[in-house]
Design a protein around this ligand. Structure first.
Ligand code: ATP
Ligand code: MG
Length: 137
């Protein structure tokens, strides 16, 4: 089954958006198979975002993701990766459609509340990276 790694970033946790965000995925109908609150170490943040290593904003991105606890989630279902990206909305919240999570709940690219895997391959890679085997149902 297709899986997506979804993560509520530190600003989303700090602003009290955890329930609202989980609710949107539950209502859509995907299956939650992993869930934890977690303080991300620097090395894990760097590994997760390794494709963006050469970007000028990379150090700030790592600082952001490690600035407080995140909520790590594994969701599964047919088409979950693309569907989650639609629920999440564009990377820049000012360009994200109303009705999407970023469109409704954020204004800055550097504080855009949530991560979603960009391919089924990365969904699997990221779930393996963030969860231990016994943590998934
Ligand atoms: P994510 O991977 O977190 O779901 P995304 O796939 O929409 O987001 P990516 O291009 O993978 O976007 O960028 C990863 C994250 O890096 C973005 O969500 C954002 O937090 C940050 N980011 C991307 N571009 C910029 C930028 N130009 N300035 C600052 N931060 C950025
Ligand atoms: Mg991405």
């Amino acid at each position: 089954v297709e899986q997506s790694y979804i993560m509520i970033k530190p600003d989303g946790v700090q602003r009290g958006l955890v329930g609202e965000i989980i609710s949107r995925f539950e209502k859509k109908g995907f299956k939650l198979t992993g869930l934890k609150l977690f303080q991300c170490p620097q090395e894990l943040a760097e590994e997760h975002y390794k494709d963006l290593q050469s970007k000028p904003f990379f150090p700030k991105l790592i600082q952001y993701i490690t600035s407080g606890p995140v909520v790590c989630m594994a969701w599964e279902g047919v088409g979950v990766v693309a569907s989650a990206r639609k629920l999440i909305g564009a990377t820049n919240p000012l360009q994200a459609e109303p009705g999407t999570i970023r469109g409704d709940l954020a204004v800055q690219t550097g504080r855009n509340v949530i991560h979603g895997s960009d391919s089924p391959e990365n969904g699997k890679r990221e779930i393996d990276l963030w969860f231990k085997e016994g943590e998934l149902c």
